[in-house]
Ligand binder design. Structure first.
Ligand SMILES: Nc1ncnc2c1ncn2[C@@H]1O[C@H](COP(=O)(O)OP(=O)(O)OP(=O)(O)O)[C@@H](O)[C@H]1O
Length: 316
C-alpha cells in the first residue's frame, strides 16, 4: 500500500532523511520511532506529498505521490504534529469545510466521523475553545472525513492527558482494523499496544524494522546479567562465563576505576543463571563484587539503536 523507495531529503547541505526504503502492506499499523530530529516528520511529509524528496520515490498503491499529488490526497488522511485549525469555526462547520475540500457533501458522513471521534458533544463549540484532547480528535476527524485508505498520524497523543491518550489510542486501534496507519511517536508503550510493526529511524536512516512481537521477543523480554569481579582479567572472566550453558553472548562491562573486570551476559532462556555464575567465580578464587540481573525493555533496544553518534551515546 505504501512504498518508499530510496528516499533522501536534504535541507541545504543537511541530510534529514538518508536513503530510506520500506513497504507497508494494507491493514498494518506501523510505529515510526526515533529520537528528536531523526527524520520522522520529514518522512511523513514526503509520504503525504507535502514535501518533495531530493531523491527517490513514494508510491501509495499504484500512484506516484510526487507526480500525482492530487490523486494521493484523496487516499491519505494526515494528522500533522501541529494541526492547523481554523479556530473561530465551530467543529461542525470545520468538518463540513473539510468534507467539501474532498468534494463530499454528506451530512451523514460528518455525523459518522463525529461519532467515531466522539465529537457529538462539541459540534457547536468553536475549535479554538476546545481542550487539547478534543482538538486532537477534531484533527483525527479531519484526517478521516474522506474515508482514506492510509492514515499518517504525527505524534497523535502528544500533549494529551492519560485519559485522553487512552481514548485516542482506542480510536486509532479501531481505525487500524480497516486502514493502513503510520504513527510517529516517542512513546514506546504506545507502539507495544498499538502497532503490528516497528520501524526505528536514527539520523535519517532506518536502523530497525520488524514486527513488534518479534522486537519485544528478541530484545524486550530478554534477560541480561552483569558480573563484576576482581582477581582476573576481563578476557579471563569473559572466556569462563561465555562457556556456561545458557549464556548466549558476553560483552565487556568492567569498571576500570574500581579495578574490576566485568561482563554483561545475554542469556538464551529465562533460567536464572546467577547461582551457577556465583559458583563458577568462587571456584576460580575470584572475588565477586556484582551479580545483577535485568530485563531489557523495548526502551533499552531503542536507546541502543539510536544513541550511537549522539553526545549521550558517547560515540560522537
Ligand atoms: N524545513 C526545514 N528546514 C531545515 N531543516 C529542517 C526542516 N525540516 C526539518 N529539518 C531538520 O531535519 C531534521 C529532521 O527533522 P524532523 O522534524 O523530520 O525530525 P523528527 O524525527 O520528526 O523530530 P521530532 O521527534 O522532534 O518531531 C532535523 O534536524 C530538523 O531540524
Amino acid at each position: 500500500m505504501i512504498d518508499v523507495a530510496n528516499v533522501t531529503r536534504y535541507f541545504g547541505d543537511f541530510c534529514a532523511v538518508d536513503d530510506l526504503s520500506f513497504s507497508i502492506p494494507k491493514g498494518e499499523i506501523v510505529g515510526l520511532l526515533g529520537p528528536n530530529g531523526a527524520g520522522k516528520t520529514t518522512t511523513m511529509r514526503m509520504i503525504t506529498g507535502y514535501l518533495e524528496p531530493s531523491r527517490g520515490a513514494v508510491r501509495i498503491g499504484d500512484i506516484n505521490v510526487q507526480t500525482e499529488p492530487e490523486k494521493v490526497k484523496n487516499m491519505i488522511g494526515y494528522l500533522p504534529e501541529m494541526a492547523p485549525f481554523y479556530g473561530d469555526m465551530m467543529v461542525y462547520d470545520f468538518l463540513r469545510y473539510a468534507a467539501a475540500m474532498h468534494g463530499i457533501d454528506s451530512i451523514e458522513r460528518i455525523r459518522t466521523v463525529a461519532g467515531m471521534c466522539a465529537l457529538e458533544d462539541v459540534m457547536h463549540k468553536n475549535v479554538e475553545n476546545l481542550s487539547r484532547g478534543y482538538k486532537q480528535r477534531v484533527g483525527l476527524a479531519f484526517a478521516l472525513i474522506h474515508d482514506p485508505d492510509v492514515l499518517i498520524l504525527d505524534e497523535p497523543t502528544s500533549g494529551l492527558d492519560p485519559n485522553q491518550i487512552i481514548e485516542v489510542r482506542r480510536l486509532i486501534k479501531e481505525i487500524g482494523r480497516t486502514k493502513t496507519v503510520v504513527i510517529s511517536t516517542h512513546i514506546l508503550p504506545e507502539v507495544e499496544t498499538l502497532c503490528n510493526r516497528v520501524m526505528i529511524v536514527s539520523h535519517g536512516r532506518l536502523v530497525a524494522d520488524s514486527p513488534t512481537t518479534e522486537l519485544t521477543a528478541r530484545f524486550g523480554s530478554s534477560v541480561t546479567i552483569r558480573v563484576q569481579v576482581s582477581g582476573c582479567s576481563a578476557a579471563e572472566l569473559e572466556q569462563s562465563l561465555r562457556s556456561l550453558e545458557g549464556v548466549k553472548d558476553a560483552y565487556p562491562a568492567g569498571d576500570a576505576e574500581a579495578g574490576l573486570s566485568g561482563v554483561l551476559l545475554s542469556l538464551e532462556g529465562k533460567e536464572d543463571l546467577r547461582p551457577v555464575i556465583a559458583r563458577s567465580v568462587a571456584e576460580r578464587g575470584w572475588q565477586l563484587y556484582e551479580l545483577s540481573q535485568q530485563k531489557n525493555s523495548l526502551e533499552d533496544v531503542f536507546r541502543g539503536l539510536t544513541l550511537e553518534g549522539t553526545e549521550e551515546g558517547g560515540a560522537a
